[in-house]
Write a protein that binds this ligand. Sequence first.
Ligand SMILES: [Fe+2]
Ligand SMILES: [Fe+2]
Length: 170
Amino acid sequence: MLKERIQKALNEQIQAEFYSGYLYLAMSAWSQARNYEGFAHWMRMQAQEELQHAMKFFDYVHATGGQALVRAIPQPDTEWADPVAMFQAALDHERHMTQNINNLAGLAIKENDFATNITLQWFISEQVEEEAAVEAILGKLAMMGGNGPGLFMLDRELAARPAPTPPAAA
Ligand SMILES: [Fe+2]
Ligand SMILES: [Fe+2]
């Protein structure tokens, strides 16, 4: 059985994961409208992955006797100056989400909630991967320094991102 404080925090994280999905969907739309088809695809796959994160928490709340909340999702930004600004916003957001997950893990430890702590371990590793993936893209963008052919090649590279496989159930 989930403690009330933990359930509340998990429900806030479900909303935050849905917001992440919404933000990446907005980034996908921005890219698509400017013919960055690879970036649009990459962001769309990222949005799918965030919905899977939301559902992993959603299922975990029910597996532990709680009830997941379906809260309103805030409006994300929809415009960026250029692809660099967009991927930088994605990295800033992932760093913020890492902080969220770390705070949740800290709360679970404080409340002696070992099951929630184990579930959060997966998310802690996932955040390391997500930050690294966006940092790698930003690194390549910095390397080409606004170079058109480089941007074209990176866009093509990101078009190859496979669909995310759902994480194992909680
Ligand atoms: Fe996530
Ligand atoms: Fe993420």
